[in-house]
Every structure is written in structure tokens, then in C-alpha cells.
Ligand binder design. Structure first.
Ligand code: C2E
Ligand code: MG
Ligand code: MG
Length: 309
């Protein structure tokens, strides 16, 4: 029984790597021995916190325990708020607010993940409608799992969800797809995206730069917005390599005539550096943390871009 862990993806110090290899070996043994297992960071994080069963998540959806928080996306140059990203949380009766990476990996690939995904889109459309009634016109971007996007009827489902909200302009809905989500068949995915495009919906490529074939994705997938992954942004001030990646992605976006936004902008200094590199759009704790929809209007009326921007 062999456990495999990869440096540097799975951990950076020797002790942690040994623990991970050990854990992977344990799961090789559990799988019947005489085989090997790769350490999986996402699964390991999920199992650290008490493992939730799929049944619990199904009943949580029935009990209305899921909520969306919204994180503003801004133009640091003009000071405009260009939209918000919807981020799901589980308002757990005992555990409090549970972040998405503690429950989404458990249901990925199960039908409940499709139901939850549609709940997110429906709730976001309802929120756009609510904000419109108070005169606020704000686009919402929603994260879509690779599994959901690769359902044969994805575009039809989006059309049905939009049809339930005739007062919402489809261009106010943006779908974020993870660069790393296993895109088995890139031509099928690109056809699905084109079909959604015809409905008026826009796309963003999330966590850009972390995939295996970023250039192919950029060329073949009709996404208007590229989101520079936060790991590159976070370290760009100290790490010349990360800074070079950020600069490279900004250049690629320009060359392909796409918009580009930096995620994980934690400080004013990050914003200054990004503006110098030609990236005006940003999202991150340095601007605002994700918050309840009811708090967004007030946040918008108070927010001003930093003077050094
Ligand atoms: P993401 O789409 O890349 O979203 C950004 C994540 O980074 C969010 O974490 C956000 O709270 C966090 N973040 C924002 N600014 C900063 C910052 O300045 N510093 C740091 N360290 N973090 C920042 P969150 O909400 O825990 O979501 C994690 C991931 O879970 C998301 O990454 C997305 O891939 C997934 N996710 C969230 N909501 C949904 C959903 O409704 N459906 C699906 N399929 N996935 C979702
Ligand atoms: Mg996202
Ligand atoms: Mg991201």
C-alpha cells in the first residue's frame, strides 16, 4: 500500500508532507491494500471538519439553511461598483456559518449538487429583482460547478430559470466557471457556453492560471472576464514569479480582448501594484468581505476608492 503526496501542491514542510503521505497510505489500505492512493487536499480539508453526509445537505436545503453572501467587485480607477459575486454559506443550526469548501466537495457529482446549484441561481435572480425595486442595478456572478456545467441540458435549465424572472435582464447574470474544474470535453463546454451567451448570460473564468491548459481555455471558451487566481495576487508584492504571472495574465487578457479582474486583493498596496500593471478591476478583503444582500446598498453608498488608486 503506497500513499503519494505532491510537493509543493499538497504542503510545504516535511512534517506535513509525511502526514499527508501517511493519510493517503491509510486510504490505500482501506481500499483493499496492494494499491496506491494520491493525497487529496480538498477531501482532506472536508474530512477534517466532521464529515457531513449527503442526506444532511439534502435536508438543509429543504430547511432553507443555505444563504448567499455577496462580495463587491469594483473598478479601482473609476470607483464604480461593477457587480457582486454570490458565495454560498450553510447557516448550520449548531455549527454556525459553514464555508462552501466544507460541504460542496462532498456533494460534487451527486444530483443534490444540481439542485443546490439551481437554488443559487434562482436566489441570485431574486436578489437582482429585489435590488431593482429600490433602483439599484447590480449584476451578480454565480459560481457553477464543472459537473453542473457539463449537464446536457444546462443551457435549457438556465433559460427556464431566467424565464421565471422576466423583469431581470439576463446580462445581469454572470456565470463563473472554475479553470480547474474537469472540463472533459472542451468543445461541448464551449457549445454550452455559446448557447447561454445567446440567452444574454455572461461568463467569467475563475481561478485563472491554475489550470493545465490556460491558453487553450482562453482561446476556446467564450468568457468575457478572466479572474486572476487569488494565490498569485496574494503573493505578488513579495514574490517576483507571482508578480510575473499576474502581469502575464493581464497581458493575455488584453491580447484576447477580455476583461480582467484580480481576486484576493487584501490591501491598498495590492491595488496600487495591480493598477500599475494595468488591471483596474478588483475584488478582495481589502475592498470588502462577503456580506448579506441586505447590507449591500449601504456598503455601496459609503464606499470610495482609495485616494492612492
Ligand atoms: P471563488 O469563487 O474563487 O471565490 C473566492 C473565495 O475567496 C471566497 O471564499 C471568498 O470569500 C474568498 N476571498 C475573497 N476575497 C478574499 C481575500 O482578499 N483574501 C482571501 N484569503 N480570500 C478571499 P469562499 O466563499 O469560502 O468560497 C470558496 C470557493 O467555493 C469559491 O471560490 C467557489 O469556487 C466555491 N463556491 C462558493 N459559492 C459557491 C456556489 O454557490 N456554487 C459553487 N459551485 N461553488 C461555490
Ligand atoms: Mg468565483
Ligand atoms: Mg476564485
Amino acid at each position: 500500500s503506497i500513499g503519494v503526496t505532491l510537493y509543493p501542491q499538497d504542503g510545504s514542510d516535511a512534517g506535513q508532507l509525511m502526514r499527508h503521505a501517511d493519510q493517503a497510505m491509510y486510504s490505500a489500505k482501506q481500499a483493499g491494500k496492494n494499491c496506491f492512493r494520491l493525497f487529496d487536499t480538498v477531501l482532506a480539508n472536508a474530512s477534517k471538519v466532521q464529515l457531513e453526509s449527503i442526506d444532511n445537505i439534502i435536508s438543509a436545503l429543504k430547511q432553507h439553511e443555505f444563504v448567499l453572501h455577496y462580495q463587491p467587485k469594483v473598478n479601482m480607477n473609476t470607483g464604480a461598483v461593477i457587480g457582486v459575486e454570490a458565495l454560498i454559506r450553510w447557516q448550520h443550526p449548531e455549527r454556525g456559518l459553514v464555508p462552501p469548501l466544507e460541504f460542496l466537495p462532498i456533494i460534487e457529482g451527486h444530483t443534490i449538487s444540481l439542485e443546490l446549484g439551481e437554488w443559487v441561481i434562482g436566489t441570485a435572480l431574486e436578489q437582482i429583482k429585489q435590488w431593482q425595486t429600490i433602483g439599484m442595478h447590480l449584476p451578480i456572478s454565480v459560481n457553477i460547478s464543472g459537473y453542473q456545467l457539463q449537464q446536457g441540458n444546462f443551457a435549457t435549465r438556465i433559460a427556464a430559470l431566467l424565464a421565471a424572472y422576466p423583469e431581470v435582464n439576463p446580462s445581469y447574470l454572470e456565470l463563473e466557471i472554475l479553470e480547474t474544474s474537469v472540463l472533459h470535453d472542451i468543445s461541448q463546454v464551449s457549445a454550452t457556453m455559446n448557447a447561454c451567451h445567446k440567452l444574454g448570460v455572461r461568463f467569467a473564468l475563475d481561478d485563472f492560471g491554475t489550470g493545465y491548459s490556460s491558453l487553450t481555455h482562453l482561446r476556446r471558451l467564450p468568457a468575457q472576464l478572466i479572474k486572476i487566481d487569488q494565490t498569485f495576487v496574494r503573493d505578488m508584492l513579495e514574490d517576483a514569479d507571482d508578480c510575473a504571472i499576474v502581469e502575464g495574465v493581464i497581458g493575455l487578457a488584453k491580447a484576447f480582448r477580455r476583461d480582467v479582474i484580480a481576486e484576493g486583493v487584501e490591501t491598498i498596496a495590492h491595488g496600487v501594484a495591480l493598477l500599475q500593471l494595468g488591471c483596474e478591476l478588483a475584488q478582495g478583503y481589502g475592498i470588502a468581505r462577503p456580506m448579506l444582500g441586505t447590507n449591500i446598498p449601504q456598503w455601496i453608498s459609503n464606499w470610495k476608492a482609495d485616494e492612492s488608486w
